[in-house]
Every structure is written in C-alpha cells, then in structure tokens.
Design a protein around this ligand. Structure first.
Ligand code: ZN
Length: 275
C-alpha cells in the first residue's frame, strides 16, 4: 500500500489514482496524516478493502507524507564507505541526531540554498507505525508503517561550526524533503536491500544499496527503542551512502538552479530544485 499527503489530506495511492482516506472511511481515519499513523493497525485493516482510487493523482499536490512527527531521528555515518570518505570512525552505536521537524518539506518543494557549503544526502527513511519500547530486532519490522525517500540536506559549514552538534546544520528551512509517499514493508521483496541514489542535474552522484547499512532498520528500531519511546509517525532518516559533495576533490556544493532527483527502489523519485 502507498499512502500520501495530498494538499494536507491523507490519500491512498493506487496506480495513477488517489482515494481520500477520510471520505472513504466516513471520517474514521484522516483527514490529516498523523491521525492515520495514530490508528495505523486499524487503518491497515480498513484499507485492505480499498482497491481503487476516486480521483486522478495530482503529483504537484503531494506534500511531505508525515506532516507533523513528534520525533525526527537521523543517523550519521551509517554506511562504511561514507564514514571513510568523511574521515570518521564507524561508531559502535548509531550516531543519532535530529533534523528539527520544521525543516521537513515535500517531495517536489524547492530547497533554499544558504551559503556555499550546502550538500546532498540521499537516505532511506523509515516511518514508525506502532509505539515501540524495548523492541527486539526480530519484532522491529512490525513497528514500521512504511518506507519513503528522503534528502538530508546539510549545511556543512553550520554543521561543523557547532562542535559536531549536527542538528542545526541539518535543519535549515526546506532541508528535509521526503516523499513522494510511504510504501508499506509488505510491498518489497526484501525491504532490507533496496537500491537508492541521487543525481544533480542528471549526473548520478550517489548510488548504493540499503543492504550496506551498518545499523539496518531493525537494528535502529531496537537500539533507539532501548533508550526511548518511538511513537507512531516518528521519522527515521537512516543515513547516507558515499558520494556526498564535501568528500569530493575539490569539494562540491549545491547552488541555486541545481535540480536534485532522489530515488529509492520500489518507492519512487523526488525532484527538488535549489533556489
Ligand atoms: Zn544524513
């Protein structure tokens, strides 16, 4: 199942069509996305009976698929080659920081560039569907509503200027595009092995597989939920593979006019223009 946020209303996406969840459920779920996550198990049982949409899907109306998460986690240095290109040790526990929720944006939104050190980071993003406390690795996937595509846009200058407290440099306005929709885990042959990548003006700059994650999604759920509570709708940016701009010689940064396309196998592609 694919669930999207169309102009502020939760919809099910089926092929080229969309079905408004609040309308279809006569107000039981929706219209906002967060109320769908709050009742995720019941919603999934209801949605299994919906086989076609009622409206043509308007891609330009799609907003970030999690409108207002309580918590946004991001994981640094979670691919070995990226840790090497960043010149940093692979951590023993997930190197967890936050993107403040106000930085989240939609799959086709513009990215405002500030300064000369703004970088790209394709990431597979997991969305929590069931409250998680001390969840085991084996039980972790049952706590995931689905997966989506993310860009952990990063102002490297601000990121490094803050004593390696990454969160501010990762949270400028518009620095967290995500979407175009959430795909439930059952849709994938193997949700732990998905191709992901991004291109700048058509040139592929990152190309990897999520099976190369150091801490995979079940391990992240287990590690995070051993420390704190994960709530429905919480967002986890799982980390970026190698190929970021700061590791290049000379370093490369995003500039106004650049178009970033970001994809994950089995989910879809975002397209964001730098302004
Ligand atoms: Zn990142």
């Amino acid at each position: 199942m694919r669930v999207a946020n169309s102009a502020g209303r939760a919809v099910i996406v089926i092929g080229e069509t969309a079905g408004d969840i609040a309308t279809a459920s006569e107000g039981r779920f929706g219209p906002d996305m967060m109320s769908v996550f709050d009742n995720w198990d019941e919603f999934c049982a209801f949605a299994a009976n919906i086989t076609e949409g009622t409206d043509a899907l308007d891609m330009s109306s799609l907003q970030r698929p999690v409108s207002a998460p309580q918590q946004v986690f991001a994981i640094g240095l979670n691919y070995r080659q990226h840790a090497e290109e960043a010149g940093m040790e692979v951590p023993e526990v997930p190197a967890t920081f936050t993107k403040f929720a106000s930085s989240l944006s939609g799959p086709f939104d513009d990215i405002p560039i500030v300064g000369t050190a703004v970088d790209w980071e394709v990431e597979l993003v997991a969305v929590v569907g069931r409250q998680a406390d001390n969840v085991s690795v084996d039980d972790a996937w049952s706590h995931i509503a689905g997966l989506t595509v993310g860009q952990d846009i990063s102002d490297r200058k601000l990121q490094m200027a803050a004593g390696r407290q990454f969160s501010l440099g990762k949270s400028r306005r518009g620095f967290g595009p995500m979407g175009p929709w959430i795909v439930t885990p059952d849709e994938f042959d193997n949700p732990d092995d998905l191709a992901l990548g991004c291109s700048i003006d058509g040139e592929v700059v990152q190309d990897a597989r999520s099976s190369d994650l150091i801490f995979d999604i079940p391990t992240l759920i287990a590690e995070l939920s051993s420390v704190l509570t994960l709530y429905p709708g919480d967002v986890i940016f799982t980390g970026t593979p190698s190929g970021v701009g700061m590791a290049r010689t000379p370093p490369r940064a995003l500039a106004p006019g650049n178009v970033i396309e970001t994809w994950v196998e089995g989910i879809g592609t975002m397209r964001n223009t730098c302004v």
